[in-house]
Design a protein around this ligand. Structure first.
Ligand SMILES: Nc1ncnc2c1ncn2[C@@H]1O[C@H](COP(=O)(O)OP(=O)(O)O)[C@@H](O)[C@H]1O
Ligand SMILES: [Mg+2]
Length: 271
């Protein structure tokens, strides 16, 4: 069973240290929920695991089994079984969605797929994700709605079949039906053994995919780890209890980038 081991990870973005010693191990048969106030480093952690060039690792290690992930290019990380569904997927005008997917699929195979095989795979995955097939012939993410971009990320995941999928706010921009579709797609992959690290502010997504445990990122470190009951607690009461119970001062949540957060948006049980 594959294992992703992150040890004492320090990461800087534009000269500012964001991750200040992250320790986290994820087994392949786990789905780990990653929570935390905005601006505390969740996306930074996922981007650093995938090798985004803007995020520089200044200390620590990431291993996928015995492979030193930090020595690998993004492309090698992807082939080794890592996958990142981004919080804000980029639009890539001129790169046709289907061509992009086909080269990504082929880069993982010794013998390229035939066009027929590929279209069959794409057709099945598009139907499962309720994405119109003609979207495959448009430029990657260009002019896609927020929800279409997110469903397209999961379509990629279905075709690339990583060992570990890192999902960064995959549910933002999704309506209830699309959330259900994405939740079902994740569940199907969980059953086939894919490991997940999932960032979300919504207990509703977590209800669909039932994480095996939850970790909370505060001030660039994993401050709290535990069972999935932590999700419910944060959903109903926010992050204040962490200060009371763990003595950790939660630095001010970052405004502007993203204004919703678990605890501030999910108030249905707080009447
Ligand atoms: N590409 C970037 N350029 C500049 N600053 C960034 C970038 N990405 C993240 N940051 C900064 O790093 C900090 C952590 O951000 P992030 O990892 O996105 O937090 P989260 O995902 O928990 O909301 C924030 O202060 C943010 O402004
Ligand atoms: Mg983020």
């Amino acid at each position: 069973m594959a294992k992703l081991v992150i040890h004492d990870l320090h990461v800087e973005v534009e000269g500012k240290e964001i991750l200040k010693g992250v320790d986290l191990t994820i087994e392949q048969n786990e789905t780990v929920a990653l929570l935390g106030p905005n601006g505390h480093g969740k996306s930074t952690l996922l981007a650093a695991i995938m090798g985004h060039p803007r995020y520089s690792v200044t200390k620590g290690s990431i291993f996928l089994n015995d492979q030193d992930v930090l020595k690998m290019s993004v492309d090698q990380r992807s082939k080794a079984g890592l996958f990142l569904a981004m919080q804000y997927p980029s639009e890539v005008p001129g790169v046709i969605n289907a061509d992009f997917l086909k080269s990504a699929v082929n880069s993982r195979r010794e013998k390229p797929v035939t066009l027929f095989q590929f279209y069959k795979m794409l057709d099945t995955a598009s139907k499962e994700m309720k994405i119109p097939f003609e979207m495959a012939n448009r430029s990657l993410n260009e002019g896609f709605s927020g929800g279409e971009k997110k469903r397209n990320e999961i379509l990629q995941l279905k075709l690339l079949k990583p060992t570990f999928a890192l999902l960064d706010e995959i549910d933002s921009g999704l309506d209830v039906d699309a959330m259900q579709t994405v939740g079902e797609a994740i569940r199907a992959e969980q059953q086939k053994g894919m490991g997940f690290l999932v960032v979300s502010h919504y207990a509703r997504l977590y209800d669909l995919i039932t994480p095996t445990r939850a970790v909370v990122m505060i001030n660039g470190k994993i401050a709290v780890q535990g069972g999935p009951e932590i999700i419910r607690r944060i959903d109903t009461t926010g992050y204040e209890w962490i200060k009371a119970e763990y003595g950790i001062d939660v630095e001010k949540e970052e405004a502007g980038m993203n204004t919703v957060s678990i605890g501030s948006c999910a108030v249905k049980e707080m009447k």
